[in-house]
Write a protein that binds this ligand. Structure first.
Ligand code: FAD
Length: 184
């Protein structure tokens, strides 16, 4: 049976803008935004309308039943796209910074360094992961204290923000955003 992950058939020859292929040559869900993914699901259905019968509750099936011009409705229980994955991951990382000790032991410092190195290797969006690996090679994670790591992480996040054309965050406010809550 075909998988219900939007890759039930070969991807269309010409991929819609923004769809990133995985290392297996198939569209990579965790590297692609929902909008681009939905466009590729529609394009797949155009080339193979049978794909819908094998994936009744997936994005691809919604595409099949939608009109020719509208994109499928977004469900809340679909696999994470690049943005959902990113938002959740930043929440985890900044929350780790927020609960990291102000004066960590040598073991805690090493654990955090190892975690960041492995995280950068295992991050599910491979294009994001490769850039992040490059970044931490250049700018080693600073794990000397909570504030040091929180600021380092804020700068790392800002580097991704810049790459994506998003506004940067004022790193003097990282603790208010992720630990204490806003002052006002
Ligand atoms: P996010 O960037 O997810 O931020 C979540 C919240 O964090 C914001 O609402 C804000 O309150 C706060 N915030 C923002 N900046 C900072 C900061 N500097 N310090 C502290 N808090 C901050 N997406 C891609 O398309 N291509 C990539 O190459 C890519 N690389 C990524 C690499 C990593 C390691 C991670 C974790 C994610 C990556 N992403 C990438 C996802 C991307 O960074 C965003 O998560 C995604 O686009 C959703 O953005 P967002 O606007 O919801 O806010």
């Amino acid at each position: 049976t075909a998988p219900v992950d939007g890759t039930a058939t070969e991807p269309p020859k010409k991929l819609p803008k923004g769809v990133v292929l995985g290392k297996d040559g198939k569209p990579c869900r965790s590297c692609t935004s929902f909008g681009a993914w939905a466009s590729q699901a529609k394009a797949t259905l155009k080339t193979n309308p049978d794909a819908s019968s094998t994936a009744p509750s997936s994005t691809i099936a919604s595409a099949a039943t939608s009109s020719t011009t509208t994109l499928p409705q977004r469900r809340t229980d679909c696999p994470a796209d690049v943005e959902t994955l990113g938002r959740s991951t930043w929440t985890l990382l900044h929350s780790i910074a927020a609960t990291y000790p102000p004066a960590p032991t040598p073991t805690e410092k090493n654990d955090l360094k190892s975690f960041m190195g492995l995280f950068a290797k295992l991050y599910p969006c491979w294009v994001c992961a490769e850039d992040f690996q490059q970044y931490i090679k250049k700018e080693e994670p600073k794990t000397g204290s909570r504030d040091e790591f929180g600021n380092w992480l804020c700068e790392a996040h800002n580097e991704v923000n810049r790459k994506l054309g998003k506004p940067t965050f004022d790193c003097s406010k990282w603790q208010e955003r992720w630990r204490t809550g806003w002052k006002d």
